[in-house]
Design a protein around this ligand. Structure first.
Ligand code: PEP
Length: 257
């Protein structure tokens, strides 16, 4: 399917790493390795407290700041939570929802992830909705059924105009932080399947506009091959997004597509 209808996005997920004081030096090192990308949108999803520092430091390279989670509630007595309005206020343009680490350690389910995607869309923040199967599910040949279910549940009640602003990240759990990357064929097969799910719900014209990322041990060496796949429109990158030279190489690999 033609990639010209959708954005290529390279998004880093810093997880619970780094300090605000390290943001500017990180961007300085990035500048030594890359210029403003003409071939993709670059996003760094930092801990929420670092979003303002990222907005400031990332301007020259046109790096957008993103959050890693959001509350489903609008405001009020929810100690420790961060609202979509607060993320917007801090300068976030994107926010990850449903990362497998949130599903695993915080018991997040698909209904909650759907609610979180909706509050982000209401505030004009692009949700990066993570889906992906466990190793057991892959071994039982349940990958596509399970991922299709996650996508449908996450998009429940989201209309066609809103889904164009959603990003789906296919992240097989067995590949996250393990150094085991899905092969380009495995990743493409599921990303193509995700687009087929979106096509069945919203039609082909909408499906071709939704960016689908691959995540799971994407690095400077394997990025080009993964990004060359017809239904992989970018990457969600954990470990390698903490290394400026590697992250820059991944961004530059979008030019080779
Ligand atoms: C992630 O955390 O979303 C991720 C893909 O991590 P890693 O690149 O380290 O596997």
């Amino acid at each position: 399917m033609n990639k010209r209808y959708r954005k290529t996005i390279i998004a880093g997920n810093w997880k619970m790493n780094m300090l605000s004081s390290e943001v500017k030096p990180f961007i300085e090192q990035l500048k030594e390795n890359m210029t403003k990308s003409k071939t993709c949108d670059v996003v760094l999803c930092t801990p929420a407290v670092m979003i303002p520092a990222m907005v400031k430091a990332g301007k020259e390279l046109k790096i957008a700041a993103g959050g890693q989670d959001v509350s489903k509630f609008e405001k009020g007595a929810y100690t420790g939570e961060i609202s979509a309005a607060q993320l917007l206020d801090a300068g976030a343009k994107y926010c990850i929802v449903g990362h497998s680490e949130r599903r695993q350690y915080h018991g997040e389910d698909d209904m909650l992830i759907n609610a979180k995607a909706k509050v982000l869309l209401e505030k004009g923040i692009c949700p990066i909705i993570c889906v992906g199967e466990s190793l057991e599910q892959r071994e039982m040949d349940l990958t596509m059924e399970y991922v299709a279910y996650q996508v449908k549940a996450a998009l429940n009640g989201i209309d066609a105009s809103q889904v164009r602003r959603c990003v789906i990240a296919y992240e097989p759990i067995w590949a996250i932080g393990t150094g085991k990357t899905a092969t380009a064929e495995q990743a493409e097969e599921v990303c193509e399947g995700i687009r087929a799910v979106i096509r069945r719900i919203y039609g082909a014209r909408v499906a071709r506009t939704v960016s689908i990322l691959y995540g799971g041990s994407m690095n400077a060496k394997n990025a080009a091959e993964l990004l060359a796949q017809p239904d992989i429109d970018g990457g969600l990158i954990g470990g390698a997004s903490l290394k400026p030279a590697d992250f820059a190489t991944i961004v530059k690999a979008t030019a080779e597509e």
